[in-house]
Design a protein around this ligand. Sequence first.
Ligand code: URA
Length: 440
Amino acid sequence: MRMYDIIEKKRDGKELDYEEIKFFIKGYTQGRIPDYQAAALLMAIFLRGMNPRETADLTELMADSGDKIDLSGIKGVKVDKHSTGGVGDKTTLVVAPIVAACGVPVAKMSGRGLGHTGGTIDKLESIKGFRTELSREEFIRNVQEVGVAIAGQTGNLAPADKKLYALRDATATVSNISLIASSVMSKKIAAGADKILLDVKTGSGAFMKTLEESIKLARAMVDIGERVGRKTAAVVTDMDAPLGNAVGNSLEVMEAIDTLKGRGPSDLQEVSFELAARMLTLAGIGDMDFCRRKVETAVAGGDALEKFARMVRRQGGDDRIIHDYSLFDKARFEHDVLSDKDGYIQSIKTDSLGTASMMLGAGRETKESSIDHSAGILMYKKTGMEVRKGEVIAKLFTNDRDKIHEAEKVLKASLSYSDHRPSRRPLILAYVDSEGVKRF
Ligand code: URA
């Protein structure tokens, strides 16, 4: 078998069989297939698509490409959570400690930034000393003793996805249902949780721009989960605007901590509380009304914040940051972006906003780039809000003064204005599980 022939076959729109997908996944994971051939196949898949059988085979082979974690030593139903990625999406930092504070263990493997979106691991690394590389034993011990651990895709867990994720990030091959579904579900299957809750983002800041595409992605992932015997459900949530006001690593951690203190932005709180309550229902704690109340109590009583602090301490981080944000590295340059006109913000091209944040240093341009944890954007005005000419709509943070002008241009171009207040759609748009799709 030759990689060249597999690329050519997919380039011409033909279906790949199991052995061909296996040849690719094994060969690429073991370093026999070079990046340029893998990138060519990814682009062919991106343009030609994969059918459900090919997607299921790809997922299984990626999940089997390395070790699988056995969480059976941890008492209780283990529920994992994964977002398909958005801008300002720091829900894991809020949801994981809440769920743990409600007595459900959270063993969470997270990723780094991808495309225009941020990643939980990059965010957590803005806390001084915080270790995201944990051995399997330490990861499990922390979940047993603290109730929650968040680690990078450590060791040999779905190594095929680890390599392909980084390659897709650098080759504009992220936004494809088969590639996203196999990437997410291979990791979730290998990570060993009993049940999986997916947050499928939809809108201009998501990889899937329309609700229909997002529901299709949710269904594809729910089907894969059910096929391998893991109860999987998905909440489809709005990503037509950044979630919360902060975009960029340390800015987002501070906002997540604010939310755990009960004073975060309302949109971030609503989505985080919904996800946390859904995770609790999946764990069998009770119905949604009961679980929502439990979530609210965990935040109002400070238990969720305390869980977060314990997790930070246990993973080597300086937990004084929880009460003293000046301990985060500070960007050398701050720049106010002023509105050019009067009116209402009609819409935000949220992926462009993610790109502007990356330009300031918050994301990677190539696989090898390092990131600036202090860089990013605080949005003071979002969709539906009234602005006056000259008013500050956002603040940029960076250590590279030369990037300010370009990022400001991209941010301004991402906004459209209107004379009257536009209506915003709900944040929670659909729920998908094996019984079907419920739209809200
Ligand atoms: N999250 C993942 O883990 N993989 C993707 O492809 C997209 C989002």
